[in-house]
Design a protein around this ligand. Structure first.
Ligand SMILES: [Zn+2]
Length: 430
C-alpha cells in the first residue's frame, strides 16, 4: 500500500517534476524488508539540471535541529550511514577493511555532475552532527534523500540523480538481477552407510532457489515484482513464410496451415496497415504503436484513440544473416506493403535484404556490426559485448575489424573501473 501511494505521488503529484515513464523492481533481501528500486524518466523540460537544481530536490546534509526538529530526527533515524570504518569495523557494509558504500563521502561546497555522469552532492562542513551508537557523525555520512517522501513515508528513501545512459543501464542490470541461489545437500547418516545401502549422489545434491518469507508472501498475494509505465509493446517480424504458429501436436496439418490467423502475424498486419491508413505512411514499424494499437482479438493494427505506448522490435545479433538485414531496413523504411517493397531502393528491386541495405548505405565500413554492438550496449553488459565482438571476429564477419574496434571499444570496456576497483579491494589496497 505504501509503495502504491508513493508511486502515485511521484507520478501524479510531480514531486520531482513531470514523469514520462516509471519502472520499478522489488528486491528481496535474505534478512530485512524488501527494497523497491524505482527509476523515473522526467519530461525534457525537467531534465537539464545544473547543480543548484539538483540541490532543490536532493539533499545530502543534516537539517537544522532547531528549525526542523522532525526532519532532523527522521534523517537521524533513516538516512545516516554507519557508523562504520575504524570505529565499527564489524558493520555489515565493511568489506576488506573499507566501507563498500564509500562512506564517509567528501565535504564539498557545491553539487556538480562528474565526468562519469554521477553527481557529487553538496555536503558542507557546517559543524552539524548527529550522534548514533555513541559516535558523532557529520554531513559526510548523510545518504542523499528528498525531504517530502522521507517525512511522509518515514522510511529509508534514497534519491539519486541518474543522467547518463551508462548509469541507467547498470541500474537496470541491478534491478533485474535474479534470485539468490543456494546449492544444498542432503546427507545420509553414518549408520545407513554402514548398512551398505546404495547412495544416489545425484539425489543428494539439489540446486535450489532461495525464497525469503517476505518474497513468498509477496508472490502469494500476487503483488508486482516489476512494474513499468507506459507499456512496452514487443514487435515481432519474420522472413516470408517463417512466422511462428502455435498448434496442438495432434492437430491435422491441413487445419493448421489453412487457419486464417496464419496470415495475420503482427508483421504481416503492419504491411496491410499501410494499404488502409494514410497516417501509417509516416511511421516505421517500431514507431507504429505510438499512433496505432495492436488488437489481439481481431489481429490487426487500429488507430489509437488515446494513450500511447512505446515499442521494441526484438533484437537480432549482427551475423545472423537475412533476419538481421531485414531488421536494419525496418528501422528506416516507412512505406511498404509487401516484402518486395522493403528491398526496393530508389526504384530498384534487390535480390536480398543485404543488397538493399548496401544500396541504402547502411553497410559501409562494417556499419551494420557497429550499429548492432552500439544497440546491444544499451542493455548488454560489457562482458557480453566482448563475447559478441569475438564471435564476429572468429566467424570472419568483419571486413575491417579495426574500424569496428575503434568505434566500439568504449562500450566493451565500461566495466574496467569496476573490475579494477574489485581487484584492488581484493589485494587489500586502501
Ligand atoms: Zn559503511
Amino acid at each position: 500500500m505504501k509503495l502504491d501511494v508513493l508511486v502515485n505521488d511521484l507520478r501524479c503529484n510531480e514531486v520531482f517534476g513531470t514523469v514520462r515513464a516509471i519502472v520499478y523492481t522489488i528486491e528481496f533481501q535474505n534478512r530485512g524488508l524488501p527494497n523497491a528500486y524505482i527509476l523515473l524518466f522526467l519530461d525534457s523540460k525537467d531534465k537539464n539540471f545544473a547543480g543548484d537544481d539538483i540541490n532543490n530536490i536532493i539533499s545530502a546534509e543534516i537539517p537544522n535541529q532547531q528549525t526542523y526538529p522532525k526532519y532532523y530526527n527522521t534523517v537521524c533515524d533513516f538516512m545516516i550511514h554507519g557508523p562504520c570504518g575504524i570505529v565499527r569495523p564489524n558493520s555489515p557494509c565493511m568489506s576488506n577493511g573499507r566501507c563498500s558504500k564509500s562512506f564517509p563521502k567528501k565535504f564539498v561546497d557545491v553539487t556538480s555532475v562528474g565526468e562519469d555522469g554521477y553527481p557529487i552532492y553538496r555536503r558542507r562542513d557546517n559543524g552539524r552532527t548527529i550522534t548514533k551508537a555513541g559516535v558523532e557523525l557529520d554531513n559526510r555520512y548523510v545518504v542523499q534523500h528528498n525531504r517530502y517522501p522521507l517525512l511522509k513515508y518515514g522510511a529509508h528513501i534514497n534519491v539519486e540523480w541518474c543522467n547518463q545512459s551508462q548509469s541507467i543501464k547498470y541500474l537496470f542490470k541491478y534491478v533485474n538481477k535474479g534470485n539468490d541461489r543456494v546449492t544444498t545437500s542432503f546427507y545420509q547418516s553414518a549408520t545407513d552407510k554402514q548398512s551398505g545401502t546404495t547412495i544416489d549422489e545425484v539425489k543428494m545434491y539439489y540446486d535450489c532457489r532461495y525464497v525469503s518469507p517476505f518474497e513468498a508472501a509477496w508472490r502469494i498475494l500476487g503483488f508486482e515484482i516489476q512494474y513499468r509505465c507506459p507499456p512496452v509493446e514487443l514487435l515481432n517480424f519474420h522472413l516470408p513464410n517463417e512466422q511462428s504458429i502455435y498448434f496442438d501436436e495432434d492437430a491435422p496439418i491441413v487445419v493448421i496451415v489453412e487457419r486464417h490467423t496464419v496470415k495475420h502475424s503482427m508483421f504481416l498486419t503492419w504491411l496491410e496497415a499501410y494499404k488502409k491508413y494514410l497516417e501509417a505512411k509516416q511511421l516505421t514499424y517500431a514507431e507504429m504503436p505510438t499512433k496505432f494499437f495492436w488488437k489481439q482479438a481481431t489481429r490487426e493494427f487500429v488507430p489509437r484513440q488515446r494513450g500511447f505506448s512505446i515499442s521494441r522490435v526484438f533484437y537480432v545479433p549482427p551475423g545472423s544473416g537475412e533476419m538481421y538485414y531485414l531488421r536494419c531496413l525496418l528501422n528506416v523504411i516507412r512505406v511498404s506493403t509487401c516484402y518486395e517493397d522493403l528491398r526496393t531502393i530508389n526504384g530498384v528491386l534487390y535480390d536480398n535484404y543485404r543488397d538493399a541495405c548496401y544500396a541504402l548505405g547502411l553497410l559501409e565500413d562494417d556499419k551494420e556490426y557497429i550499429d548492432g554492438i552500439v544497440e546491444a550496449s544499451q542493455w548488454a553488459t560489457a562482458g557480453e559485448l566482448r563475447n559478441l565482438f569475438t564471435t564476429l571476429l572468429s566467424s570472419n564477419c568483419l571486413s575491417r575489424s579495426e574500424v569496428v574496434w575503434d568505434k566500439c571499444w568504449t562500450y566493451m570496456s565500461d566495466d574496467i573501473l569496476y573490475k579494477q576497483r574489485n581487484i584492488l579491494n581484493f589485494q587489500g589496497y586502501p
